[in-house]
Design a protein. Structure first.
Length: 425
C-alpha cells in the first residue's frame, strides 16, 4: 500500500503526516516553494510542528522500504501509488459561486497516473453529487479507465480546524464512504487504521458530501443568529456577552458568539449547498439569510467604530486607526477569505489611515491576496482608534495605554479585552 496526498495545505499536510506514521506517503503539490519548505522540515501554516514533520520525512529512495513522508512537485513521483487522496481547496468566486477549478486540475493530474485497481479519495468540501458528477468524468477522460470497473472512488470530508492544537486530525471522528460497498469498507479501514477517534461509514458518497456541507452551514446560521442578536442588543444598550453568558447556564443552550465569519469553510460551504439547491429549483432562504447577515458584519463593525469616534469628537477623516489581526481566526496564519478586509475597506471609505498589525500573517501573502500592507511587529505610535478583530494570544496582554491617544477608541470584536475596550461586539 502506498498513498499519494494531493495538495499539501492546511488539510493535506496534517493528513499526509498522520498516514506517514504507518504507510509510505508521497505528498504532491504544484507549489514548488511549498514542497521545498516542507522538505526542509518547516511548515509555515503551523499545522504540523517542525520536529514532528522532520521525524516523518524520508528520502524518496527509502520510501518504498516502509513508512514515511516524501514531498514532491513532480507527477511521476506518485505514479506507483494505489490510493490517491485529494485535499485541494474548494473556494467561491467573486459572485459567491462554487469554483471547482482546483478539483478539476487535481483530478486531471491524478488521471494521468491512474491505474487499474486504484482508489481515489476526495476530501474537498463540495455539494452533494459533485464528486461523481464533476470529478469522476475528468478521471475517466484523462486516464481512459472506466469508473467502478477499473478504478474506484471514496469520499471522506476533511474536518481540520486550523490553529486548533487540541482537536487534531487523528482526534476527530472521520466520515468515510465509497463508490461500491467493498470500496467503502477499504476506505473506512484505511482511515480507521490511523484515526484514533474512530470512523463512520456513510451509506453513499452523496450522504458523506451532504453531511460535510451542512456541518459548516449549521455553524454559519447559528453565528448569524447571535450576530443579529448583537445588533439588537446594541440598540437596546445591553451587553451581548453578558446575555450569552446568562443564557449559557441552560444545559442545552448552544455556545455561539458573534463575530466576523471568514475562512475556507464556514464562510464558503453554505454557498455550495445553496447553489445545488437553486439548480434543482429550491431557493434556500435560511442558508442565504445567514450568509447575508454574516457578510454584513465587517461594515457593521467599521460603522460602530466611526460612531464611537464621532461621539468622542474625534476627527474621522485622516484619523489613524490600528487594526489588530488580519487572519480569519485566532492563533492561525491563514488569511483565506478573511472578513477583516471588509472592516478595513469600509474604514478607508472614510479616508482614515489604517495600520494593520498581525504577528502571524505573512505580509507578502496579504499583499498578494488583498493588496494590503501589513506589519508583523507592533507599531511604536499612538492611534485615534484601535480595533481588535482577531484574538491572537499576542494581543491579550498588550499595553493599550502606549497605543491610544487621550480620547481614542478601542473596539473589541472578540470580547476578550475586558475593561480596556470602550465597546465590544
Amino acid at each position: 500500500m502506498k498513498l499519494g496526498v494531493i495538495g499539501l495545505g492546511y488539510v493535506g499536510l496534517p493528513l499526509a503526516r498522520l498516514f506517514a506514521s504507518k504507510y509510505p506517503v508521497v505528498g504532491f503539490d504544484i507549489n514548488k516553494s511549498r514542497v521545498t519548505e516542507l522538505m526542509s522540515g518547516h511548515d509555515s501554516t503551523m499545522e504540523v510542528e517542525d520536529d514532528v514533520l522532520q521525524s516523518a520525512l524520508v528520502e524518496k529512495e527509502s520510501l518504498n522500504a516502509g513508512k514515511g513522508l516524501y514531498c514532491s512537485a513532480e507527477l511521476q513521483d506518485i505514479v506507483d501509488c494505489n490510493f490517491y487522496i485529494i485535499t485541494v481547496p474548494t473556494p467561491v468566486d467573486k459572485n459567491n459561486r462554487p469554483d471547482l477549478t482546483p478539483l478539476y486540475k487535481s483530478s486531471e493530474s491524478v488521471g494521468k497516473v491512474l491505474k487499474k485497481g486504484d482508489i481515489v479519495i476526495y476530501e474537498s468540501t463540495v455539494y452533494p453529487g459533485a464528486t461523481e458528477d464533476e470529478c469522476v468524468p475528468v478521471l475517466e477522460k484523462t486516464s481512459g479507465l472506466k469508473y467502478n470497473e477499473d478504478f474506484y472512488i471514496g469520499y471522506s470530508p476533511e474536518r481540520i480546524n486550523p490553529g486548533d492544537k487540541e482537536h487534531t486530525v487523528e482526534k476527530i471522528l472521520k466520515v468515510t464512504s465509497g463508490s461500491t460497498p467493498q470500496t467503502g469498507k477499504k476506505v473506512d479501514a484505511l482511515y480507521a487504521s490511523v484515526i484514533t477517534a474512530g470512523t463512520h461509514l456513510a451509506t453513499t458518497i452523496k450522504v458523506a458530501e451532504a453531511a460535510k456541507v451542512i456541518e459548516n452551514s449549521q455553524r454559519d446560521i447559528n453565528i448569524a443568529f447571535v450576530n443579529e442578536l448583537a445588533k439588537i442588543f446594541n440598540m437596546l444598550d445591553i451587553d451581548t456577552q453578558a446575555v450569552l453568558e446568562a443564557a449559557g447556564t441552560k444545559w442545552n443552550f448552544l455556545p455561539f458568539k458573534p463575530g466576523l465569519v471568514g475562512g475556507h469553510c464556514i464562510g464558503v460551504d453554505p454557498y455550495y449547498l445553496a447553489q445545488k439547491a437553486q439548480e434543482i429549483g429550491y431557493h434556500p432562504e435560511i442558508i442565504l439569510a445567514g450568509r447575508r447577515m454574516n457578510d454584513s458584519m465587517g461594515q457593521y463593525v467599521s460603522s460602530e467604530v466611526i460612531k464611537l469616534m464621532l461621539k468622542k469628537d474625534l476627527k474621522v477623516k485622516g484619523a489613524k486607526v490600528l487594526v489588530l489581526g488580519i487572519t480569519f481566526k485566532e492563533n492561525c496564519p491563514d488569511v483565506r477569505n478573511t472578513k477583516v478586509v471588509d472592516v478595513i475597506k469600509h474604514l478607508k471609505e472614510y479616508d482614515t489611515e489604517v495600520t494593520i498589525y498581525d504577528p502571524l500573517a505573512d505580509p507578502a501573502e496579504v499583499l498578494h491576496e488583498y493588496n494590503l500592507q501589513t506589519r508583523d511587529s507592533l507599531p511604536q505610535e499612538q492611534f485615534d482608534a484601535i480595533i481588535l478583530t482577531v484574538a491572537h494570544k499576542e494581543f491579550l496582554n498588550l499595553d493599550f495605554s502606549k497605543l491610544r491617544l487621550k480620547k481614542s477608541v478601542v473596539y473589541d470584536v472578540k470580547g476578550v479585552l475586558g475593561d480596556v475596550c470602550d465597546k465590544k461586539l
